[in-house]
Design a protein around this ligand. Sequence first.
Ligand SMILES: [Zn+2]
Length: 344
Amino acid sequence: MKFLGNIALLASLASAASMGKRASPLDVQIEQVSNSGLKASITNTGAEDLKVLKTGTILDSAPVEKIQVFHGSSKLDFMGIRLRVSNAGFDEESFQTIPAGQTIEVSFDAAELHDLAVTGDYDFVANGVLSYAAADSTEIAGAVPYSSNTLTAQVDGTEAAKVRSAFLNKRTSVQSDCTGTKLTATRNAETACRSFAAAASSAALTNTAKVSEYFKSTSVGSTVAAVFARVISECGSSTSGVSRTYCSDVYGACSSNVLAYTLPSASYIVNCNLFFTALPATTNTCHAQDQATTTLHETTHLTQIAGTDDLGYGYAAATRLSSSQALNNADSYALFANAIHVGC
Ligand SMILES: [Zn+2]
């Protein structure tokens, strides 16, 4: 649980709302459609059609982070899944076009993404950024911010807890799991994750220049090393660790470009088909993706390891973060480990 003062909460909501109105052609309205079920209506108020990226956003059908929820003065932790997306480029089906002047609607259940087990009033707000491409392209051309109304709605905690419980129990219905070549690749990735993390952990204590490059401070080496030490332990224990790894798409989140995802709150990781088909076991290319650093990235999301977020994917985005943000960004650890392995 993260706590925010009332004044800070109101100020952050107000500034986000006013920024969105000035800068964005997107108008987003959130409404309650059932106890914990929400609908977002997204209107393109601009003069041109917008072809926006769905993957990992409020438009994704998977239970990714779509809204922020406040109960009293506290912001609830996000408890859904975090995706790792391939940087090899997107395909058409990853996008949705919102024609100029038109509205699209998306529905989702807030209780799958947050713990709403206490009956009472909650505040819901959707703030974010949607990337877009030109109509005839799948290259990301830019991004537009949006911020919704703040919806205050009463939620019955008992009903919400049932939704959350059903969501978490999905994994018990998984029929097939990691077998054959997928099992071999998953185990090899864990072994490589362990050795990458070991090299990264010692580099974090000795290579101040690299720590500063990726984590924006010369004094956080021991913090970084401690995270890698927990990764070593987790990737090194395929049976006794805190997490479980699946090769079945438990939450239907393995859309195109999704390599893997993690449900940090329930401590498990899913490797999507693309993890096996698109990634080498390890790479010697600077800042490229592979199975080893994807497993390392996902492992840092686990609550018991570092509980990281996805604040910036890839070198350019990750190295623009502040030091405290980088310490909380999964890809910063993956990129650092890759750089130490490659020697770049
Ligand atoms: Zn991630």
